[in-house]
Design a protein around this ligand. Structure first.
Ligand code: PMP
Length: 352
């Protein structure tokens, strides 16, 4: 630490991203898609777009917001885009809870929520999960605090039902409820339609998982026009050009290509179900994950040891050295072949 860092940030514990590597490994540690982006993405990133990079990107992100709005049956003024959904979550937590506001979230959930709460001066309540790692919706009903929940939750992959989400949103009318749907594409019933009924709901999504564009850094939030206006106010006070021209074009092309992505998402879901069944057959305890990752533990070998041994075999998975989940592994669902290699390697290690 230098002598110059503000004392406000001295104790800040930053988020730890999953490792990115150059060597050839089977990479199942950061919930990326095993598939390349839609071919339409390449088509729009033509030389003519590159030649225009001397100009600033469109701060209103019109092309992208229109494309997203069309997909979700809302108006573009209900869409806010960010540099990854992390950016959207940051603006939302800053704007609706910052400088002394209150927020609650599940105790075991996305590691960035406590970091944002800390950096923006938010009082955070972390609510324990049930013993089976599920979220008890009753804990959030009439909570009278702002709420952020990942649905499906990470790293457990478990979901709240549509009705549970609606009860949470309806019973907290004077607070913002952020439903982080980063992994919802792999699971089914989004609560997106509720944004037209409730003005306190913000649903966030990302292109990083289902749309094979983690490296592009694009995410978005959908909510009432008033919520989106507030987020824009913050954005224009901080970083008006938060998306670059290439990202705007590429993401707009991607979101329109349902045919391509529906097929890839279906393959990931199929592979997830098969791998969960294979791991359970090897004696693993797996949650009923509805995301593009599996959350698993074994009585035969500690999670830390298994992660280390898989690494030696060139397979990266995510181990969290955190209370309550330190014997679990989060394994991204990769290609069918890579998941077979994973299962074979785990079998070899555990049956040695
Ligand atoms: N929410 C959850 C639950 C996540 O796991 C992630 C991925 N780390 C994000 C949001 C942010 O993803 P991105 O910034 O790539 O959109």
């Amino acid at each position: 630490m230098s002598r110059f860092l503000s004392e406000n940030y001295e104790k800040l514990v930053p988020y730890t991203p999953g490792e990115q590597v150059n060597e050839k490994v089977i990479k199942l540690n950061t919930n990326e898609s095993p598939f390349p982006p839609s071919p339409k993405v390449k088509e729009v990133l033509s030389e003519s777009v590159i030649d225009k990079l001397n100009l600033y990107s469109d701060p209103e992100l019109k092309e992208l917001r229109i494309a997203i709005a069309e997909q979700f049956g809302v108006t573009p003024d209900m869409v806010f885009c960010g540099n990854g959904s992390d950016d959207v979550l940051a603006f939302a937590i800053m704007g609706f809870c910052g400088r002394g506001g209150e927020l609650c979230c599940p105790e075991i959930s996305y590691g960035f929520y406590p970091v944002y709460a800390d950096i923006f001066g938010v009082e955070l309540e972390q609510i324990p999960l049930k013993d089976d790692f599920s979220i008890d919706a009753n804990d959030y009903i009439s909570k009278n605090k702002n709420i952020v929940i990942a649905n499906p939750n990470a790293p457990t992959g478990l979901t709240l039902t549509f009705n549970e989400v609606e009860k949470i949103v309806a019973s907290n009318p004077d607070n913002i409820v952020i439903m982080d749907e980063a992994y919802m594409a792999f699971c089914g019933k989004s609560c997106m339609e509720l944004v037209k009924k409730y003005d306190n709901l913000l649903v966030t999504r990302t292109f990083s998982k289902s749309h094979s564009l983690a490296g592009l850094r694009v995410g978005f939030g959908i909510g009432s026009k008033e919520i989106i206006d507030d987020l824009n106010k913050l954005k224009y006070s901080f970083n008006p050009y938060n998306l670059n021209t290439l990202s705007i074009k590429a993401a707009a092309a991607a979101i329109a290509d349902n045919e391509y992505y529906d097929d890839k998402i279906a393959q990931i879901v199929e592979t997830r179900e098969k791998t969960i069944a294979d791991l359970r057959a090897l004696g693993f305890n797996c949650t009923d994950s509805k995301a593009n990752f599996i959350f698993a533990s074994s009585d035969k070998i500690s999670a830390a040891e298994l992660a280390a041994q898989l690494r030696q075999k060139g397979i990266l998975i995510r181990y969290f050295n955190k209370p309550k989940i330190d014997n679990y592994l989060r394994i991204t669902v990769g290609s069918a072949e890579d998941m077979q290699t994973l299962v074979d390697s785990i079998k070899e290690i555990t049956e040695k």
